[in-house]
Structures are given as C-alpha cells and as structure tokens.
Design a protein around this ligand. Structure first.
Ligand code: SF4
Length: 361
C-alpha cells in the first residue's frame, strides 16, 4: 500500500524542532571511553600473488578519553582517519593494535559472542540517513531490529509500544511507523536512524557526520535533538565531523586529526579562542563569520596542496608539507603530543601558539 509523502509538520515537532602519540588524559578517572594508541593499517596488495606492498595508515597511534555524559568532537579533513577511528572503536573495522575500553571493558580482545553482547552499549549514527536504512523495511521494523536481535521484545504489541515510544523521543509521530524510509524527508530519516541507535539505551553513541548530508535548516534541529537525548538518557558521544563549526555546539572537548594522528586536543571554547596547532588554526580560519564587515576584512589561512596519501605520509610532522610555520626539524622529527597547559594537548615543535592572521586594512 502506498502513502502520500509524509508532511514534516504532521509528523510532529520533536523536542527540538523549534528551532599522535600516547598520552594520559585529563578526566581519565571518570572516562567512559578510553582509547590508547589505536592503530588501523589497511594492507595494500599487488600482483597475481597479492603480495603486500605497503599499508595505508588510516589511524596511526590515536589516544583520547571521553568522560561519561560528555561529547568529544573528532574533526579533520576527509581521509584523516576520523571515521575509521569511530568504526574501530565499535569494532566495525578491526584495529591493528591499541586498546579501547568502554566502561572498563576491554573491547579489542572480545570474542564474537561477547562483542555482540557488548554492542548493546555502543551504537552508531551514520552520515547518510537514506543509505543506512533498508528501503524494504518499514520504520517499525528498522527501529525494532536491535530490540528483536537482543531479545528485548516478545510480542508484536510490545514491539509496537516500544517503537512508538522511541519515535516520540526523536520527534516522529508513531502513526507513521508502518511507512517506508522513502516516504520521509532527510531530517526525518535521520531521526529514524537516531531512534534505532538509542533503542538499546547505549552508553556510547558514535555519530559519524550525522548532519553533513542534511539541509542547513535541518542540521540545527538534529543537533538540538542529539543534545536533548544526551541530557535525557545520559549518553556519551563521539561526534565525528569534517567541520569545526558543526561540532562546536555539542562538544565538551575537541580532538583535531591530521593523517591518522591527533594533532591537538582541548576543551572546546579554549580551542576556538586560541588554537595551538597551525592546522587547527587553518581549519578555524575557514569558518565564515556571520558579520559581513568582519568577514570581508578577515584574512584566511589557505592551506596549499592536498592532504598527502596515508600510504606514504611525510616524515617527521605529517603536516610539514603544508604548514606555513615549518622549521628544519619538522621534516625529520615527529613532534610529541604534550600537555602545554592544563587540558591543552598539542603535537607541534613550535613553542608558542602560531600568530593568528591579521585582518586586512
Ligand atoms: Fe608546522 Fe612544524 Fe608544528 Fe608541524 S611541527 S605543525 S610543520 S611548525
């Protein structure tokens, strides 16, 4: 049976529609998620015998912690390894080495059965809400799938009741639970994805670019929904994005990645006030300022060239081929990831923060 396209207003306003190196980490004692020296290397094979000729170092020694109930924004250009980091934490890709602990449970060594059990505690929200939903399943079946897999619903009535509750929590009208993904707008489909992700009441949610495929007008609604759900359910988020502006609102702390390594980590507002790494500075300078006069006078830091291939990353500081402040040692010595001031970690040979670009006269 076909239905008329779902009207965004009829579906109902949701709670928010109105609108590189190893390190000990701050807050590690209260951490829900602890990632230590995580590496994901994908072998590159060639020839008839498929001999390994190298490895793509997608994630190359990443460490961080996320306190319970907090949000860590993981940011960097496409190909920097941020999504692979998120997937490796959930073991959707296998880590090459390193440790991941969720609420004290070591995930990297779990066998298949134990991992399936532990998956209840960690879920993912995907970038493309359409591609991540099975077009042949109704919204009821999509949201109910994890509940059924883990044996948490026993009858059709109970399933429908649970799905209705979840739909209400994400601002969707339960009356539409028997419809299919194509009958919903992009924002509504992402709400379905979020309902599925919270169905098992996980402790950790990895949100992989959850708003970047959506219209700008819808993005704020989804971000507000994620914030409301975090408050209500005590969720901890790892929020992966390519854009610093997208993570600012939700993130307690931000980690900036470049070519498989974290180059800076800091409490969010401190990072925006004074970035310590030249790459963070360049990312920040790419964010437009709402005031047109300020925007016109602003001088941007434009990075030259593309991100080098993770198959053959530059020696020393990976960023030295594009860094406007590079020095001799940068091309040979890997900068240590050190805590400069409490809570502010950076991997750079510069002893002082790089000067911000001057405004144009
Ligand atoms: Fe630039 Fe050198 Fe710092 Fe790397 S270590 S970011 S090349 S100044």
């Amino acid at each position: 049976m076909s239905h008329a396209p779902v009207d965004e207003k009829a579906v109902g306003a949701g709670p928010s529609d109105a609108g590189a190196g190893e390190s000990a980490s701050p807050g590690a004692g209260a951490a829900l998620l602890e990632v230590q020296d995580l590496r994901v290397h994908f072998p590159v094979r060639r020839g008839l015998l498929q001999r390994q000729v190298g490895a793509v170092r997608a994630v190359d020694g990443v460490s961080f912690t996320v306190p319970r109930g907090a949000t860590l924004g993981l940011v960097g250009e496409s190909g920097c390894g941020k999504s692979t980091t998120g997937r490796a934490i959930l073991r959707l890709v296998e880590p090459t080495s390193g440790r991941v602990r969720l609420d004290g449970v070591e995930l990297t060594t779990l066998g298949a059965r134990a991992l399936r059990r532990e998956r209840r505690q960690m879920q993912m929200i995907f970038q493309d809400p359409y591609a991540s939903l099975n077009p042949r399943m109704t919204v009821l079946d999509i949201i109910a799938e994890p509940l059924r897999t883990h044996g948490l619903v026993r009858s059709r009535e109970q399933t429908a009741t649970e799905v209705a509750k979840l739909m209400e929590m994400v601002g969707l009208a339960p009356a539409y639970m028997r419809r299919y993904p194509h009958e919903f707008s992009g924002g509504q489909r992402q709400r379905v994805g979020i309902a599925r992700a919270i169905a098992l009441r996980p402790k950790l949610v990895v949100a992989d670019e959850p708003v970047s495929a959506l219209d700008v007008s819808i993005q704020a609604q989804i971000l507000n929904l994620l914030e409301d759900l975090q408050r209500e359910l005590g969720l901890t988020y790892l929020f992966v994005a390519h854009d610093l502006a997208a993570v600012r609102h939700l993130s307690t702390e931000i980690a900036v990645m470049y070519l498989g390594r974290v180059v800076e980590r800091s409490e969010t507002e401190a990072l925006f006030a004074q970035p310590l790494h030249p790459y963070t500075q360049a990312l920040l300078s790419a964010i437009p300022v709402p005031d047109p006069t300020v925007e016109r006078q602003r001088r941007r830091l434009v990075l030259m060239g593309e991100v080098p291939s993770p198959l053959a990353p530059p020696a020393g500081c990976h960023f030295h081929t594009r860094c406007p402040h590079r020095m001799e040692q940068c091309s040979t010595e890997v900068p240590e990831f050190t805590e400069r001031t409490p809570g502010r970690w950076v991997a750079c040979h510069l002893q002082a923060p790089p000067p911000m670009p001057e405004a144009e006269a």
